[in-house]
Design a protein around this ligand. Structure first.
Ligand SMILES: C[S@@+](CC[C@H](N)C(=O)[O-])C[C@H]1O[C@@H](n2cnc3c(N)ncnc32)[C@H](O)[C@@H]1O
Length: 254
Protein backbone atom coordinates (compact mmCIF):
# COMPACT_ATOMS: atom_id res chain seq x y z
CA UNK A 1 0.00 0.00 0.00
CA UNK A 2 1.93 3.04 -1.24
CA UNK A 3 1.96 6.28 0.74
CA UNK A 4 2.38 9.71 -0.82
CA UNK A 5 4.37 11.90 1.60
CA UNK A 6 3.42 15.10 -0.28
CA UNK A 7 -0.32 14.51 0.05
CA UNK A 8 0.18 13.50 3.68
CA UNK A 9 2.16 16.65 4.50
CA UNK A 10 -0.45 18.95 2.93
CA UNK A 11 -1.81 19.18 6.46
CA UNK A 12 1.53 18.73 8.17
CA UNK A 13 0.88 21.21 10.99
CA UNK A 14 -2.43 19.61 11.97
CA UNK A 15 -1.00 16.09 11.76
CA UNK A 16 2.10 16.97 13.79
CA UNK A 17 0.34 18.89 16.59
CA UNK A 18 -0.80 15.75 18.47
CA UNK A 19 2.80 14.45 18.35
CA UNK A 20 3.95 17.65 20.07
CA UNK A 21 1.21 17.36 22.69
CA UNK A 22 2.03 13.71 23.33
CA UNK A 23 5.72 14.53 23.64
CA UNK A 24 4.96 17.31 26.12
CA UNK A 25 3.62 14.70 28.54
CA UNK A 26 6.83 12.63 28.62
CA UNK A 27 8.73 13.66 31.73
CA UNK A 28 12.18 12.39 30.79
CA UNK A 29 15.12 14.74 30.76
CA UNK A 30 17.72 12.96 28.65
CA UNK A 31 16.73 9.51 27.37
CA UNK A 32 19.62 7.69 25.71
CA UNK A 33 17.71 5.58 23.16
CA UNK A 34 14.56 6.78 21.44
CA UNK A 35 12.54 5.25 18.60
CA UNK A 36 9.69 6.71 16.54
CA UNK A 37 7.49 3.85 15.28
CA UNK A 38 5.65 4.77 12.08
CA UNK A 39 7.89 7.79 11.64
CA UNK A 40 6.35 8.61 8.25
CA UNK A 41 8.10 11.51 6.51
CA UNK A 42 10.01 12.33 9.72
CA UNK A 43 7.70 15.08 11.00
CA UNK A 44 7.19 13.44 14.40
CA UNK A 45 10.85 12.33 14.54
CA UNK A 46 11.91 15.97 14.09
CA UNK A 47 10.18 16.85 17.35
CA UNK A 48 12.00 14.05 19.18
CA UNK A 49 15.35 15.20 17.74
CA UNK A 50 14.71 18.78 18.85
CA UNK A 51 13.67 17.76 22.37
CA UNK A 52 16.53 15.28 22.96
CA UNK A 53 19.40 16.28 20.63
CA UNK A 54 21.91 13.92 22.21
CA UNK A 55 19.70 10.82 22.13
CA UNK A 56 20.40 7.90 19.84
CA UNK A 57 17.30 8.33 17.65
CA UNK A 58 15.72 5.87 15.23
CA UNK A 59 12.79 6.18 12.85
CA UNK A 60 11.01 2.99 11.79
CA UNK A 61 8.41 2.73 9.03
CA UNK A 62 7.20 0.13 6.52
CA UNK A 63 6.80 2.59 3.65
CA UNK A 64 9.86 3.14 1.42
CA UNK A 65 8.23 6.35 0.07
CA UNK A 66 7.83 7.79 3.57
CA UNK A 67 11.37 6.76 4.58
CA UNK A 68 12.78 8.39 1.45
CA UNK A 69 11.12 11.66 2.48
CA UNK A 70 12.30 11.22 6.10
CA UNK A 71 15.91 10.86 4.86
CA UNK A 72 15.50 14.05 2.82
CA UNK A 73 14.14 15.91 5.89
CA UNK A 74 17.60 16.40 7.36
CA UNK A 75 16.45 15.13 10.77
CA UNK A 76 19.39 13.51 12.54
CA UNK A 77 18.22 9.93 13.03
CA UNK A 78 18.79 6.39 11.76
CA UNK A 79 15.97 5.24 9.51
CA UNK A 80 14.89 1.65 9.02
CA UNK A 81 12.24 -0.16 7.07
CA UNK A 82 10.28 -2.65 9.16
CA UNK A 83 6.76 -3.84 9.89
CA UNK A 84 5.97 -2.82 13.47
CA UNK A 85 3.84 -5.98 13.87
CA UNK A 86 7.04 -8.04 13.45
CA UNK A 87 9.47 -5.53 14.98
CA UNK A 88 11.77 -7.30 17.41
CA UNK A 89 14.71 -5.07 18.26
CA UNK A 90 17.66 -6.62 20.04
CA UNK A 91 17.82 -3.78 22.57
CA UNK A 92 15.53 -1.79 24.84
CA UNK A 93 14.59 1.88 24.52
CA UNK A 94 14.13 4.69 27.00
CA UNK A 95 11.33 6.06 24.84
CA UNK A 96 9.14 4.20 22.36
CA UNK A 97 7.04 6.85 20.63
CA UNK A 98 4.35 6.46 17.99
CA UNK A 99 2.08 9.13 16.55
CA UNK A 100 -0.90 8.28 14.32
CA UNK A 101 0.29 4.81 13.33
CA UNK A 102 -1.18 2.01 15.45
CA UNK A 103 -4.60 2.44 13.80
CA UNK A 104 -3.00 0.63 10.85
CA UNK A 105 -1.94 -2.32 13.02
CA UNK A 106 -4.18 -5.13 14.26
CA UNK A 107 -4.40 -6.80 17.66
CA UNK A 108 -3.41 -4.07 20.10
CA UNK A 109 -3.92 -6.55 22.98
CA UNK A 110 -0.80 -8.39 21.82
CA UNK A 111 1.08 -5.53 20.18
CA UNK A 112 1.14 -3.12 23.12
CA UNK A 113 2.54 -5.46 25.82
CA UNK A 114 5.09 -6.65 23.26
CA UNK A 115 6.26 -3.08 22.62
CA UNK A 116 6.21 -2.34 26.34
CA UNK A 117 8.60 -5.27 26.85
CA UNK A 118 11.17 -3.29 24.82
CA UNK A 119 10.96 -0.25 27.11
CA UNK A 120 13.86 0.06 29.56
CA UNK A 121 13.28 0.32 33.31
CA UNK A 122 11.84 3.83 34.08
CA UNK A 123 11.39 4.42 30.36
CA UNK A 124 8.23 5.51 28.56
CA UNK A 125 5.94 4.10 25.89
CA UNK A 126 3.85 6.87 24.34
CA UNK A 127 1.36 6.68 21.49
CA UNK A 128 -1.47 8.58 19.87
CA UNK A 129 -4.23 7.11 17.70
CA UNK A 130 -7.20 8.71 15.94
CA UNK A 131 -10.60 7.73 17.36
CA UNK A 132 -12.85 9.28 14.73
CA UNK A 133 -13.77 6.15 12.80
CA UNK A 134 -17.49 6.68 13.47
CA UNK A 135 -17.38 10.21 12.01
CA UNK A 136 -18.79 11.00 8.53
CA UNK A 137 -15.32 11.24 6.94
CA UNK A 138 -14.99 7.46 7.52
CA UNK A 139 -18.60 6.23 7.53
CA UNK A 140 -19.20 7.90 4.15
CA UNK A 141 -16.36 5.89 2.62
CA UNK A 142 -18.16 2.72 3.65
CA UNK A 143 -21.52 4.06 2.34
CA UNK A 144 -19.98 4.87 -1.03
CA UNK A 145 -18.19 1.51 -1.10
CA UNK A 146 -21.40 -0.45 -0.41
CA UNK A 147 -23.63 1.43 -2.80
CA UNK A 148 -21.59 1.61 -5.99
CA UNK A 149 -20.63 -0.70 -8.85
CA UNK A 150 -17.22 -1.15 -7.12
CA UNK A 151 -18.78 -2.85 -4.04
CA UNK A 152 -17.49 -6.35 -4.87
CA UNK A 153 -13.99 -5.11 -5.70
CA UNK A 154 -13.74 -3.11 -2.48
CA UNK A 155 -15.23 -5.77 -0.20
CA UNK A 156 -12.86 -6.37 2.69
CA UNK A 157 -10.67 -3.30 2.00
CA UNK A 158 -10.13 -1.79 5.41
CA UNK A 159 -13.57 -2.69 6.78
CA UNK A 160 -11.95 -3.18 10.17
CA UNK A 161 -11.40 -0.99 13.18
CA UNK A 162 -8.25 -1.58 15.23
CA UNK A 163 -8.49 1.21 17.76
CA UNK A 164 -9.88 0.34 21.20
CA UNK A 165 -11.69 2.25 23.95
CA UNK A 166 -9.61 4.17 26.51
CA UNK A 167 -10.46 1.72 29.32
CA UNK A 168 -9.31 -1.20 27.13
CA UNK A 169 -5.90 0.48 26.69
CA UNK A 170 -5.69 1.03 30.43
CA UNK A 171 -6.55 -2.65 31.01
CA UNK A 172 -3.85 -3.78 28.58
CA UNK A 173 -1.15 -1.60 30.12
CA UNK A 174 -1.93 -1.44 33.84
CA UNK A 175 -0.17 -4.72 34.62
CA UNK A 176 2.97 -3.95 32.67
CA UNK A 177 3.34 -0.24 33.54
CA UNK A 178 4.11 1.65 36.72
CA UNK A 179 1.72 4.45 35.69
CA UNK A 180 -0.62 5.00 32.76
CA UNK A 181 -1.78 8.45 31.61
CA UNK A 182 -4.61 8.35 29.03
CA UNK A 183 -6.60 11.22 27.58
CA UNK A 184 -8.59 12.24 24.55
CA UNK A 185 -8.74 15.51 22.69
CA UNK A 186 -11.14 16.57 19.98
CA UNK A 187 -9.38 19.07 17.75
CA UNK A 188 -11.82 21.32 15.93
CA UNK A 189 -9.51 21.61 12.98
CA UNK A 190 -9.86 24.65 10.75
CA UNK A 191 -8.92 23.62 7.24
CA UNK A 192 -8.54 26.04 4.36
CA UNK A 193 -9.28 25.60 0.66
CA UNK A 194 -11.74 23.62 -1.43
CA UNK A 195 -12.58 19.99 -0.66
CA UNK A 196 -10.48 20.20 2.49
CA UNK A 197 -11.71 17.02 4.19
CA UNK A 198 -11.48 15.10 0.91
CA UNK A 199 -7.87 16.26 0.53
CA UNK A 200 -7.15 15.32 4.16
CA UNK A 201 -8.59 11.83 3.71
CA UNK A 202 -6.74 11.38 0.39
CA UNK A 203 -3.51 11.46 2.41
CA UNK A 204 -4.63 8.72 4.82
CA UNK A 205 -7.86 6.71 5.21
CA UNK A 206 -9.04 6.95 1.60
CA UNK A 207 -5.83 5.55 0.12
CA UNK A 208 -6.50 1.82 0.52
CA UNK A 209 -9.81 2.20 -1.36
CA UNK A 210 -8.46 4.48 -4.09
CA UNK A 211 -5.45 2.16 -4.55
CA UNK A 212 -7.76 -0.82 -5.09
CA UNK A 213 -9.44 0.79 -8.12
CA UNK A 214 -8.17 2.06 -11.47
CA UNK A 215 -9.00 4.51 -14.25
CA UNK A 216 -12.54 5.81 -14.69
CA UNK A 217 -13.91 3.64 -11.89
CA UNK A 218 -11.42 5.10 -9.44
CA UNK A 219 -12.29 8.63 -10.57
CA UNK A 220 -16.04 7.95 -10.19
CA UNK A 221 -15.55 6.49 -6.70
CA UNK A 222 -13.48 9.50 -5.61
CA UNK A 223 -15.95 12.00 -7.14
CA UNK A 224 -18.86 10.37 -5.29
CA UNK A 225 -16.99 10.44 -1.96
CA UNK A 226 -15.78 13.99 -2.57
CA UNK A 227 -19.30 15.34 -3.03
CA UNK A 228 -20.74 13.37 -0.07
CA UNK A 229 -17.97 14.47 2.29
CA UNK A 230 -18.23 18.12 1.15
CA UNK A 231 -21.92 18.08 2.09
CA UNK A 232 -21.12 16.58 5.52
CA UNK A 233 -18.44 19.22 6.26
CA UNK A 234 -19.70 22.39 4.58
CA UNK A 235 -17.26 25.14 3.77
CA UNK A 236 -18.04 28.39 5.59
CA UNK A 237 -18.42 31.75 3.89
CA UNK A 238 -14.99 32.67 5.22
CA UNK A 239 -13.54 29.77 3.23
CA UNK A 240 -12.73 27.65 6.28
CA UNK A 241 -14.00 24.10 6.84
CA UNK A 242 -14.35 22.87 10.41
CA UNK A 243 -13.22 19.27 10.76
CA UNK A 244 -13.62 17.88 14.31
CA UNK A 245 -11.11 15.12 14.97
CA UNK A 246 -10.94 13.00 18.15
CA UNK A 247 -7.61 11.48 19.16
CA UNK A 248 -6.55 9.22 22.05
CA UNK A 249 -3.20 9.69 23.77
CA UNK A 250 -1.43 7.32 26.11
CA UNK A 251 1.81 7.59 28.07
CA UNK A 252 2.83 4.47 30.00
CA UNK A 253 5.80 4.53 32.35
CA UNK A 254 7.74 1.36 32.96
C1 LIG B 1 -0.33 8.60 9.51
S1 LIG B 1 1.37 8.27 9.27
C2 LIG B 1 2.12 8.95 10.74
C3 LIG B 1 3.43 9.64 10.44
C4 LIG B 1 4.04 10.43 11.57
N1 LIG B 1 4.36 9.57 12.71
C5 LIG B 1 3.19 11.60 12.06
O1 LIG B 1 3.25 11.88 13.27
O2 LIG B 1 2.51 12.28 11.28
C6 LIG B 1 1.38 6.54 9.60
C7 LIG B 1 2.69 5.87 9.23
O3 LIG B 1 2.65 4.54 9.73
C8 LIG B 1 3.31 3.72 8.80
N2 LIG B 1 2.85 2.34 9.01
C9 LIG B 1 1.60 1.85 8.84
N3 LIG B 1 1.58 0.53 9.13
C10 LIG B 1 2.84 0.20 9.52
C11 LIG B 1 3.46 -1.01 9.94
N4 LIG B 1 2.77 -2.14 10.04
N5 LIG B 1 4.79 -0.99 10.24
C12 LIG B 1 5.51 0.16 10.13
N6 LIG B 1 4.96 1.34 9.76
C13 LIG B 1 3.66 1.36 9.43
C14 LIG B 1 2.93 4.27 7.45
O4 LIG B 1 3.84 3.87 6.45
C15 LIG B 1 2.94 5.77 7.73
O5 LIG B 1 4.17 6.36 7.42
Amino acid sequence: MAWDPKTYLNFGAERTRPAAELLARIALHAPARVVDLGCGPGNSTALLAARWPSADLEGVDSSPEMLEEAKRSGVKARWSEADIAKWNPGASYDVIFSNATFQWLPDHKTLLPHLMSHVAESGVFAFQVPRNFDEPCHTLIHDVVKNGPWAAKLKGVRDWWNVLEPDAYFGILENVARAVDIWETTYVQVLEGEDAVFRWMSGTGLRPFANALEGAEREAFLAEYRSRVAAAYPRRESGATLYPFRRLFCVARR
